[in-house]
Design a protein. Sequence first.
Lengths: 275, 358
Amino acid sequence: MNMHYSSAGGAHRDNLAKGETLLQVDNISLSFGGVKAIQDVSFDIKKGEIRAIIGPNGAGKTSMLNVINGFYHPQEGTITFRGKERRRMRPHVAAQQGISRTFQNIALFKGMSVLDNIMTGRMTLQKRNMLWHALWHGPAQMEELEHRAAVEKIIDFLEIEAIRKTPSGRLPYGLQKRVELGRALAAEPALLLLDEPMAGMNLEEKEDMSRFILDVNHQFGTTIALIEHDMGVVMDLSDRVMVLDYGRKIGDGTPDDVRKNRDVIDAYLGVSHDD
Amino acid sequence: MFYREAGDFKTSYAADQQTFPIKSERWLFWAFIAIAFLVVPFFINDYWNKAVLMPLLIYAMAALGLNILTGYCGQVSLGTGGFMAVGAYACYKLMTAFPGMDMFSVVILSGFITAGVGLLFGIPSLRIKGFYLAVATLAAQFFLVWMFNKFAWFYNYSASGQITAPERTVFGIAVTGPSTTPWATYLFALTFVFVFGWVARNLTRGRLGRSWMAIRDMDIAAEIIGVSPLRAKLSAFGVSSFYIGMAGAMFFANYLGAIEVTEAFGIEKSFLVLFMVIIGGLGSILGSFLGAVFLVLLPVLLKNIMVGYLGWATDLAAHVQIMLIGGLIVFFLIAEPHGLAQLWRVTKEKLRLWPFPY
C-alpha cells in the first residue's frame, strides 16, 4: 500500500530531514497553584520517530502533551517547534502549525457523523470563507470535494468505510478511538500526539491500533509522540522513550536503555519479568 | 415502498453530499416548493395570509436563525425577541430615512444591522457557557426592548410610541403598508425564507457548520483541532442575528404593519422561538420549519375546531388550547427528545425497509 497525502490545502510540509529535531522542549516547569505538575523537564522529538512518554499516574505526561499543543502555558521554559520558539499560544494556533492530537478519554463530536468528524480534522487546511459557503456551488463545493477525497483516503486507510455516515456517538469504543485517530490524521500533522491510544482496548484492538500507528509513521512519515501504559506496546513501537515521575524526567533513551535504568525500574516498571 | 434508495447509486462525492440524496425525496421537495410558489398565490386570501402563512414563514425564519446559534453552535439564547426588535426598528429607520429603497434591500440591511448588534451581545459567550450565557442573552432581551422604548429617535418621536410601516414596493408592487395584497406579502416572505433557508443549509454543511458543531459537541477538542472559538461563536451569533433580524423586519413591515415594541417583541417571543427550535429539532434545518409549523398552525387548527366546529365560547377555547398545546409539547418531547426532525428521520429509516422490520 503506497499512500500519499492529497495535494489539497497546504499540508504541513517542512524541509526538515528525518532525524533532525522537530520539537525541542527546554526546562519546562508547570504548576497549578502549589501543585508542581512538571519540573524542569527538557527533551526533544526528532522528525520521523515514535517517541513515547511513560510514567506512573499523575507523573505529568498528559500535562506535557497539553503544554506542547498550547493548552497549558508553562511558567518557565521554552518550546521550539520546527525551529521557531514560542511561549504562549492558543491550541488552535498550534493546530495550524501542524500539531494534532487524540485524547485519553475520547473527545469525538458525538452529534456528527464519522465523515464530518474527520472532515473537521481538516479545518485548518480549508480556506473558503462564509460568503463562498453561503453560495456553496463553486469554490466552496470544490474545496469540500477535494477535502472529501483526502478524508476518504484516511477512511480507507483506517478501514472504517462501513461506518462513515454513522453518528460517532453510536460507535463502539474501539472504533471511536480509531475515528479519533482519523480525525487527528486528517490535519496532515507534522507532529501527532497520542494520549493513551490503546487504553481500555482488548488485545485484538490493541494489535490493530499498533499497526495503524506504525503505518502512519512509515507511510506518511508522521512524527508521533505517544503516552501509553502497556509496556509491551511502548517498547515495541517507540524509537525513544522518556520517563516522567512526579513531574521530573527520570529516564530518556531507547527502549532498551530505559528498561535497564535503575530509577525507572524503581519508580514505574518494577522488577522485570525477564530477570 | 414509495421511499426507496435501492438502485439510486452515487458515483461522485458531489452526488453523495447533496441535500436530498434520495430521488423521491428530491421530487417531493421540489413539488412542494413549486406548489408554494406557483399554486398557493392564486388561492391565498387575507385570512390564510395573516393567520397562517405569514406567521409561519416569519417564525420559520427566526427559528432558522436561533437554530444556527443554539442547535448548531450550542449557545443557548433567550434574546431572540430583542434581536427581532432590532430588525424591526432597523427596518423602520431605513424605510423612513431612505424612502426610495426597495424592500428587499431594506430587509437584508436590517439583517446586517441586527447581525452587528448580535455580535456585540455574542462577546460574553467567549467567557460564559450554557445557562449562564442564557441569562446574559436575557439581559440583551430586556435591554434592547427598554432601549427602543426609551429613546424616541428609534420611533421617530411618534406620539403613540408605535412604529408604522409606510408603503414600500418591490418591482412596483406594494409589499408593506395598507394597500398590500395577500399574495404579494406572501411571495415576498416566501422568497426570503426559501433563499435563506437554502443559505442556512449551505452554511451548516460545510467547514463553517462543522466548526459550529464541533464547538457545540466538545469545545476543548474543537479548539485543539484548530477551530478558533472566537471566530466560530461570533460567526454563529452574527449569522443567527442576521436571520432573526430579517424575521423581525418582516414581522413588523410585512406582517403586522404597526407594532409597539414591548407588546410585539417581549420575552414570550424569545421563548416561543426557542420552543420551536427545541420541538422541531436542534441542529436541523428541517426542524426549524417543523417547529414553526407545529407552534403556528396548531393553535389556529385547535381554535378552528373548538370554536368553529364545536361551537365553544372563545375564552374557553383559548384556555383549552393553551393546555392542549402544553400537553402536546410534553408528549412530543417524551416521544422524541430530539424533536420532530428526528421523528421524521426515524420514519424515513423505517420506510426504507417497509414492509419488513429490518
